[in-house]
Design a protein around this ligand. Structure first.
Ligand code: PLP
Length: 402
């Protein structure tokens, strides 16, 4: 790790291909070969990771036209992808219809005319699944809970019947399934079971709700340990859902993001020094909330360990970055060995919602990313340059007098 940091600098994201593929295999073993795994691109949208996921036989869960463009840039087929999103735009729908995907996950009635128009223009029936909002509490952080009726996602069960009927009336649309996504970082099996029960009860409410239905997309949200608890038991989820799905002839679709890449990545950062203020000892590092936003955004806890030999004594510290926000911390009240300037620390389980949520706040360049495959480490994203940071603001000759 120290050699990678020396070569590529820090802050540096480092991913393990073996860890990613190992998780993919675990899901295959749990859900069976017939299940369709769609990696949630938002978790980490690096082109090389997308290519690795595709090479391992998985499809993708998309939520924007930009993510579709990423698949195309990675040279990855889109046919095995599903497309969700609470406010899809006409151009995004048209692009996905043109590219060809497995199905759209429809989140409101307003999408139906857009989907029908795109289908008619392309001379094809558009395959849709209805994203239902089953009003199930996922027991996760409020910001990443998506399946409660007060959340903006999906269609409430008491309105969904009318949407199914509207799809049935539209010749350019074909209902092929149901979709739920309850939230992220779930650790319990019960919400998945409750959601399926509500979806089957809904489907049993009228024949038109079952006709042509071949897929049940149970979403993602599979929680990982983060060093503070147990990961979701994916075998138990599969065992709880598969008998019902088999009985109905519904192919399971899963959309894991964090579960595949979270534990497969770390963020390596350099200690810049220490500072004592009030009762707190701060360890100042070169990674910040713009590189890894999760602690600031969700009070997320990431384990942090020294890279290389550590001092025997530990003390309680806050690990903070250079950004001008009190919310800029990677860890608070954490026990860490004494560090010296120049030491490296690794922030663990940083592969998901790390690089993909990174920003340029404080005019910081987003970090470089490296993918380790066996004994080989490849740079899969260069550290941004300052020129790239300013490129859209210089040489502007466009004026406008409204
Ligand atoms: C529709 C959908 N599917 C899948 C995911 C992936 O979630 P996770 O990374 O928790 O598996 C998300 C994330 O928010 C999502 O919105």
């Amino acid at each position: 790790m120290a050699r990678l940091a020396e070569r590529f600098g820090t802050p540096l994201y480092v991913y393990s291909r073996a860890a990613l593929l190992g998780r993919l295999q675990r899901l295959r073993t749990a859900f069976g070969a017939a299940a369709h795994i769609c990696y949630a691109v938002k978790a980490n949208s690096n082109l090389s990771l997308l290519a690795a996921v595709h090479a391992a036989g998985a499809g993708f869960d998309l939520v924007s036209g930009g993510e579709l463009r990423r698949l195309q840039a990675a040279g990855v087929p889109t046919a095995g992808s599903v497309f969700a999103g609470v406010a899809k735009e006409a151009w995004e729908i048209e692009a996905a219809v043109r590219a060809g995907i497995l199905f759209f996950n429809v989140e409101s009635e307003r999408e139906l005319p857009l989907l029908a128009a795109a289908g008619a223009a392309a001379g094809q029936r558009v395959r849709v699944a209805l994203r239902l909002n089953p009003d199930v509490d996922a027991g996760t952080h409020a910001y990443i809970s998506t399946g409660k009726k007060e959340n903006k996602f999906g269609i409430a069960l008491d309105r969904a019947g009318a949407v199914v009927e509207a799809i049935a009336r539209e010749r350019s649309l074909q209902l092929v399934g149901y979709h739920v996504h309850l939230g992220s970082q779930l650790r319990q099996v019960d919400p998945y079971v409750a959601a399926l029960q509500r979806v089957t009860a809904f489907a049993d409410g009228a024949a038109v709700r079952r006709e042509g239905v071949t897929h049940y997309d149970l979403g993602g949200g599979f929680g990982i340990g983060y060093g503070t608890g147990d990961a979701l038991d994916v075998d138990a989820v599969a065992q709880a859902l598969l008998p019902t799905l088999r009985e109905r002839g519904w192919t399971p679709v899963v959309e894991p993001g964090r579960y595949l890449v979270g534990d497969a990545g770390i963020l390596v950062t350099t200690v810049l020094g220490e500072k004592h203020q009030g009762a707190t000892e701060f360890v100042l590092v070169d990674a910040a909330m713009n590189d890894l936003m999760r602690p600031a955004l969700y009070q997320a806890v990431h384990a942090i360990v020294p890279v290389g030999p550590a001092a025997p004594t530990e003390r309680t510290v806050d690990v903070v970055g250079p950004v001008c926000e009190t919310g800029d911390f990677l860890a608070r009240g954490r026990s860490l060995p004494q560090c010296r300037t120049g030491d490296l620390l690794a922030v663990l389980a940083a592969g998901a919602y790390g690089a993909s949520m990174a920003s340029n706040y404080n005019s910081r360049r987003r970090p470089a990313e490296v993918l380790v495959s066996g004994a080989t480490a490849s740079l899969v994203r260069r550290r941004e340059s300052f020129e790239q940071l300013f490129a859209n603001e210089v040489d502007l000759h466009e004026t406008f007098h409204p």
